[in-house]
Write a protein that binds this ligand. Structure first.
Ligand SMILES: Nc1ncnc2c1ncn2[C@@H]1O[C@H](COP(=O)(O)OP(=O)(O)OP(=O)(O)O)[C@@H](O)[C@H]1O
Ligand SMILES: [Mg+2]
Length: 269
């Protein structure tokens, strides 16, 4: 089997005397979208922050393309091809769209100044709404547009892997559909994603593999094709109402043949 793009090995992390991650392990192959699901407070965002280098791992290892990046700074991880779209999107509301993208590209500009213009152009090609609104204050854009900006800001450094934390949060159903298309397009261009979602139905429509987290540990990993509804409900504490939506999303994914590249379906972790 070819080398995974990302290997997360028994990571522990926390704050002061509190340990939040108690040994998180999962593997992400190159290509496609890996999902991380779990209840509020399960440690999904802390996992993403540890992967991005914002929070140090206390033990365990993180390998990117086989290289140990556990001790690298966030900037060095970005330079190695890792992007992070934090929970809440964190765009700078008082800056324009283009200023937000320019700030996001500081690692790229330091590495190779000449690439910035081409990379900005390619982000604008992918998100025409950002080109159109390049001079608008980011804070005045709609939630869906800000979601595009936050993904565009990560893509501008030309990453091979992006970590996306709750991109659908607060979006209308229509904006969620648009976001779904955006993320599909990004995946089709060969960028691998780790997607954290509270909205399990939304997440299941996108991911190839699901990693289920409970209190700081990944308790179950499976390709979507092999997931069953009761496993999801048990690990995610999903009640009857939500279970119907989640079940439908799962059935949809399992009945429709994979649309992305042939590498999409059936990859276990
Ligand atoms: N800066 C911090 N200081 C102290 N505790 C924190 C900090 N950030 C997170 N925690 C705690 O770590 C645990 C996991 O938080 P985390 O943000 O990873 O949850 P989550 O799975 O992303 O939840 P949600 O779905 O609500 O975003 C929670 O108990 C939270 O209170
Ligand atoms: Mg979170």
């Amino acid at each position: 089997m070819s080398q995974p793009l990302l290997q997360v090995e028994d990571i522990t992390a926390g704050f002061g005397a509190t340990t939040v991650l108690h040994g998180v392990s999962f593997t992400v192959p190159a290509g496609g979208i890996a999902g991380v699901f779990g209840l509020n407070g399960a440690g999904k965002s802390v996992t993403m922050k540890t992967l991005a280098g914002i929070l140090p791992a206390r033990s365990g290892r993180i390998l990117l393309n086989g290289d140990d990046i556990t001790k690298l700074s966030p900037e060095k991880r970005v330079a190695r091809g890792m992007g992070h779209v934090p929970q809440g999107r964190q765009v700078f509301p008082q800056l324009t769209v283009e200023e937000n993208l320019r700030l996001g590209a500081y690692t790229l500009r330091r590495r190779d100044k000449g690439r910035y213009a081409a990379s900005l152009d390619s982000v604008y090609d992918r998100f025409p709404v950002l080109r159109q609104r390049r001079s608008q204050m980011a804070g005045t854009m709609s939630g869906g547009q800000q979601a595009s900006l936050s993904v565009g800001r990560a893509l501008i450094n030309e990453p091979s892997l992006i970590l996306i934390d709750e991109p659908s949060a607060g979006l209308s159903p229509v904006a969620q559909l648009e976001l779904n298309e955006v993320l599909e397009t990004v995946a089709e261009t060969g960028v691998t994603m780790v997607l954290v979602e509270q909205n399990v139905a939304f997440g299941l429509s996108l991911v190839d593999t699901a990693h289920l987290m409970q209190t700081g540990v990944v308790v179950h990993s499976a390709p979507v094709a092999e997931l069953d509804e009761s496993t999801l409900a048990t690990h995610l504490g999903i009640g009857k109402v939500l279970q119907a939506a989640t079940g439908r999303a799962l059935a949809d994914r399992q009945s429709v043949p994979p649309q992305r590249s042939s590498s999409r379906a059936g990859r276990a972790s």
